[in-house]
Design a protein around this ligand. Structure first.
Ligand code: SAH
Length: 361
């Protein structure tokens, strides 16, 4: 079976040509899958019946199955899906006033062992294909607005779901190229932010990529000593190497663009005044055009941390700002349905106020 959702328009044209069909059928197929966001050949009514039947035999237009959908009091929706080989994939749709943000997964599970993140407990199941990445966006948009319905506002994408995107960079970039096509979803790289725990060689690769997405780096600690305990990847690529790579990446920033540093705030662990000063000094010493997003920790039962109080977060922010660092505090979304940062661990229904709606493709 050929999976079609991860193929670019030229690739779909070659594909239909191998079936003896003219090139325009490939363009129609691309528009059907990406622009009209159809997930079955039978819905492509402008295709002759026998062509649809042939396609059904040799190719698949959709592989992910929606297992459950959870909707938060704040409008955030979390989708728990399964791959064709039965692995969990999670996607979060976050409506905002002027745009929507879709947080997608790059891997099923995650190989990194960050101690504050629930996804770590799944381990790595496997990396997702480009098609599985594109499908997550199609499914979320169709559920929010209806199949093929024109989108009422812009869509931003963040690779901040399960997995480490820079350990699946080829598939990720392929998916982004497919989604950028103006005759398809038309979500361009400039609307996409990729978050990494700090895979240094891939940060350097990304810096060399044209039409690259924005980059965010998960720091979580201002010193190697602490970061080694929170994010074991730091033992492989410690802070100095990571920030040197960020400095290289900085040279590719466009006017007005900043590198983002994410800092999850863990009560009594990384949120002291001293640690705020250490963080400011670290960033200032490297002089990178950047901003810091403080993310209040999203607690979960098996995790040994509590979120910092809002006063502590505010104080931490003020110290960073007093040292010239642009700092923002992220408002957690979808905590009640286990959709917030670090909470994606294929949870089925752990809270009583969940609305689980069995949804099918
Ligand atoms: N592997 C990538 C992308 C996924 S995590 C990365 O590490 O960047 C996306 C963001 O959520 C990261 O900044 C991470 O530090 C943060 N995060 C993880 N667990 C969290 C938790 N329990 N509460 C708040 N933020 C968390």
């Amino acid at each position: 079976m050929v999976e079609l959702t991860g193929l670019s328009q030229p690739e779909l044209i070659s594909f239909v040509e191998t079936l003896g069909e003219p090139a325009y059928r490939g363009r129609q197929l691309f528009a059907a899958l990406q622009h009209r966001r159809l997930r079955s050949f039978d819905e492509i009514s402008d295709f002759p019946k026998d062509l649809r039947a042939r396609l059904n035999e040799i190719a698949c237009p959709a592989t992910l199955k929606i297992e459950s959908k959870y909707e938060s009091a704040d409008g955030t929706r979390r989708y728990l899906m399964k791959t064709h080989d039965g692995l969990p994939v999670e996607t979060v749709f976050i409506p905002e006033e002027r745009r929507d943000t879709i947080c997608f997964s790059s891997q099923s599970g995650c190989p990194l062992q960050c101690t504050f993140c629930l996804t770590a407990q799944l381990g790595l199941l496997r990396s997702l294909t480009a098609g599985e990445i594109v499908e997550q966006i199609v499914i979320a948009l169709n559920d929010a607005y209806g199949t093929g319905v024109k989108l009422p506002r812009g869509t931003n994408l963040v690779a901040m779901g399960a997995g480490e995107p820079l350990l699946n960079l080829d598939a990720l970039l392929k998916a982004l190229r497919v989604m950028a096509d103006p005759q398809g979803l038309h979500i361009v790289a400039n609307r996409v932010t990729v978050s990494t725990a700090g895979v240094v060689p891939r940060i350097l690769d990304l810096a060399r990529t044209t039409d690259r997405p924005h980059l965010a780096i998960s720091l979580a600690a201002p010193t190697d000593e602490l970061r080694n305990t929170l994010m074991p990847i730091n033992k492989k690529w410690p802070l100095e190497e990571l920030l040197d790579a960020c400095k290289v990446f900085e040279k590719t920033l466009k006017p007005g663009e900043r590198l983002t540093f994410e800092y999850v705030m863990l009560d009594g662990v990384n949120d002291s005044d001293e640690q705020a000063r250490q963080l400011a000094n670290l960033l200032n010493r490297h002089g990178i055009r950047s901003k810091v997003n403080l993310i209040p920790h999203n607690p979960a039962d098996p995790l040994p941390y509590q979120p910092s109080s809002s006063e502590t977060v505010e104080r931490f922010k003020n110290i960073l700002e007093s040292k010239g660092i642009h700092t923002y505090v992220r408002r957690p979304r979808g905590r009640d349905i286990f959709a917030a940062c670090g909470q994606l661990a294929a949870r089925q229904n752990t809270l009583s106020n969940l609305t689980s709606i069995g949804a099918n493709n």
